[in-house]
Design a protein around this ligand. Structure first.
Ligand code: SAH
Length: 297
């Protein structure tokens, strides 16, 4: 019933939105959904089933303007922001494609684009997703917004009291390493970013997630791990290490497994909750950092 109300808010976007399934499901069960909008632009979301969870990775922009060196979406540049309807529509579309007894249980804003650079649509979409009466009624605990580290946006989001989870794409523990990897570090360096995160209002038992893509001989040494431990001291943090996902033309490599595990051990020994996140959908070009869709001529 609430969904009928919601659709009432979004007629234009939903009518305009056509969904294609990625050619075939990945061997790990994940699936890429490609959405084609009325203006010809395409974006993708990724459905990732895991035990009793079904996580959907949603996009917030067509392309991305932040040019992180290891990310294929960055190569596209930014075409345009998505509307709140186009963001929520990805969840509705995925739910419609899943079997009748299944639905998306968790939502991560980790697809194409920088959520906090499309702030108004992001917040509207979060309100619709979490509103129990008129929206989809998702618990904010099951939603994670990931950012390259736009400090004013992080501060604004903290004031919204939406209580969704925050993930930071950190990827390095010093400005010397992060600067060349992520141009955004020139605007908001690690000191500024970490200061904002120390002030970020967390709910009871909530933690900030830190994503760290492991790039061989760039940010994967034991010294890098030790620096990361020092950087995060005093923050309620959970670290997700993401072994680099390759794409054609990339200038980086994934470190060998022992190196990945050694890096993780240093964090674990220091008491940091740390998981290695083997991205899903790598074989179908749907893993972290591999999302790119053709832009209309
Ligand atoms: N712009 C937001 C949302 C994208 S999240 C952000 O950067 O947080 C996608 C995650 O995958 C980010 O942490 C990104 O840095 C990471 N990523 C990008 N390219 C990758 C690659 N080739 N291999 C592994 N992770 C990658």
């Amino acid at each position: 019933m609430s969904r009928v109300n919601l659709v009432g808010f979004l007629p234009a976007e939903l009518e305009d939105l056509a969904v294609e399934l990625g050619a075939s499901p990945s061997q790990d069960g994940s699936r890429k959904l490609v959405y084609r909008f009325g203006d010809g632009n395409r974006i993708s979301s990724v459905v990732m089933p895991d035990d009793d969870r079904i996580t959907l990775c949603v996009s917030t922009q067509v392309g991305c303007g932040f040019e992180c060196r290891f990310c294929l979406t960055g190569v596209m540049g930014l075409e345009r922001n998505l509307t709140a309807g186009e963001i929520v529509g990805q969840v509705l579309g995925a739910n419609r494609l899943l079997a009748p007894d299944q639905h998306v249980t968790h939502i991560v804003f980790m697809g194409m684009g920088e959520p906090l650079a499309n702030y108004a649509a992001l917040v509207t979409s979060l309100r619709i997703l979490t509103d129990a009466k008129l929206g989809l009624g998702y618990s904010p605990r099951r939603i994670t917004v990931s950012t390259v580290g736009l400090v004013p946006g992080i501060e604004k989001l903290g004031r919204e009291a939406l209580k969704v989870n925050l993930a930071i794409s950190l990827h390095a523990a010093s400005d010397e390493v992060r600067g060349p990897l992520m141009p955004v570090n020139r605007s908001f360096d690690l000191k500024t970013l970490l200061a904002a995160l120390r002030r970020y209002p967390l709910a009871h038992r909530q933690r900030i997630f830190f994503e760290y893509v492991l790039l061989e001989d760039v940010n994967d040494s034991p010294d890098d791990a030790a620096r990361l431990v020092r950087l995060l001291r005093g923050i309620r943090a959970k670290v997700n290490l993401i072994p680099f996902n390759d794409w054609e033309g990339a200038e980086f490599r994934r470190p060998p497994l022992p190196r990945i595990l050694a890096f993780q051990s240093i964090l674990l020994d220091a008491g940091l909750t740390t998981t290695v996140r083997w991205s899903k959908g790598e074989d179908i070009g749907a893993a972290c950092g591999q999302l790119r869709e053709p832009v209309p001529a």
